[in-house]
Design a protein around this ligand. Structure first.
Ligand SMILES: [Zn+2]
Length: 100
C-alpha cells in the first residue's frame, strides 16, 4: 500500500514543510473561498475538520513519485479535501485533474 512514502517520517517532514510554507503565504483552500485558520495547525485525526490539510494536485494513486514533491502539494481544508477525496476515485479514472 504505502509505496509512495507518504506515511513515513520523510512524508511527515514534507507535510510540515508544506504546512509552514502555506501558513507563511496564508495560502487559500484549493476547493473553497473560506480562509484557513493556520493557528489550528495541520489537521490530525479527530481534530478540527477546518484545519489545513495537504492536497495533492496530481493524486498519489496515479503519481506516487510526486507524493513527496512539495510543488505537487497545495493547501485545503481537511473538510474540503475529504469531501473531494471520496469522489476522486471516480474522477481520477478519466478526467485529468485541473492544473493551476
Ligand atoms: Zn475549503
Amino acid at each position: 500500500m504505502a509505496t509512495d512514502g507518504w506515511d513515513t517520517p520523510a512524508g511527515r517532514r514534507v507535510r510540515m514543510q508544506c504546512f509552514r510554507r502555506d501558513r507563511d503565504n496564508n495560502a487559500k483552500c484549493r476547493w473553497c473561498p473560506d480562509p484557513i485558520d493556520y493557528s489550528l495547525g495541520p489537521y490530525t485525526r479527530g481534530g478540527n475538520v477546518w484545519a489545513w490539510s495537504p492536497e495533492h494536485v496530481k493524486p498519489r494513486s496515479l503519481y506516487p513519485h510526486l507524493a513527496l514533491d512539495p510543488s505537487n502539494i497545495v493547501a485545503a481544508h481537511f473538510h474540503c479535501n475529504a469531501a473531494r477525496g471520496t469522489k476522486a476515485g471516480i474522477d481520477e479514472l478519466g478526467t485529468p485533474s485541473e492544473d493551476f
